[in-house]
Design a protein around this ligand. Sequence first.
Ligand code: XIL
Length: 364
Amino acid sequence: MQMTDAEKNNMGRLTRRSVVGGLAALGIVGAHAGSSSPSRAASRLTPYGVAVGLEPFRHDPLYRQALIEHADIIVPMNMLKWASLRYDKGKIDFERADEIVSFARAHGKSVRGHTLLWSDYNPKWVDELSSAREAERVLVNHIEQVVDHYRGIIPSWDVVNEVVAHDPLEDGDWRKGIWQDLLGARHVEIAFRAAARTDPTAKLVINEYDLENTGLRYDARRNAILNIVRNLQDQNIPVHGVGLQAHLYAERAIDQKGLGSFIQTLEQMGVKILITELDVIDWRLSRNPVKRDIGVANVVAEFLEAVYAAGRPESIVTWGITDRYSWIKDVFKRKDGAPNRPLPMDRNYRPKPFMDVLQKYRIL
Ligand code: XIL
């Protein structure tokens, strides 16, 4: 997927300056700094995080306020992806990612990094790589530079994203894409090795979608993840977590048993679970907003119940916080044209039943 036009237009518009200085100018740093206690994240609660889009972050003060009030963890939604950092082949531009990371730090929030390798959201020059040798050099170099830039600042990384085939029963375990095409299964090992070498203290995560539902395709996808983890461990390559993206389809049943045994198997292997991109695909739910919000909350509750029955996730991150800004409308638009309602707060930042469910599970 590509950057939005708005994102592209904003590229390079900022002058180089201290990010914190810039935030102070915007009135973000200062008044609220330190208002949310970092000890919240250190308590027994499962830390709650939000993936943050740069556009609303820059232009909507209510969005920033919601982050300050609710989030323990901030995840730059797109700004650490290759197309954002590496738009031009010769350079690496941390400025926009740093804008979000600095905000997080100024408010005592932790940060998760998303993502060091994906077959999507890459600049054209990456998609045009043609030799294994160059791909490995470019990949290792990128991971070293990015992880090093945030050493001591970003303690947890989605090292690889969506590397499993949509349907492993049809296509085998691996998803096609530039890194797999050029490097084969080694691309995951290369990425984890480079990340571990650069920051030996960082938690390194495999992030993946469609791991929670019932059916042979889901069994095969969970199995593919276990194979990858086993292979890394056999080679003494550190892997600390599996991220369940959890873009939940409201019309699909959660596989309590299958998901539970997946989580327990990982636990026996010393690997934790994280919920990394939670939201609800509500395209098939009732048009009625009250009913829809209850339907959405029920799906989240069913999912979290299955996860917590098997083990406690390290963190729960939602992919955005308000229905006002979400990727769901771009990919899962409703046929009746009613706006999607995938997230914990409505368009006007009123908490929805989804938020109540989160609160309940976070304290378990
Ligand atoms: C999405 C973002 O939300 C969009 O703004 C962007 O245009 C494309 O990427 N799985 C992932 C995320 O791992 O990185 C994707 O985020 C959503 C699906």
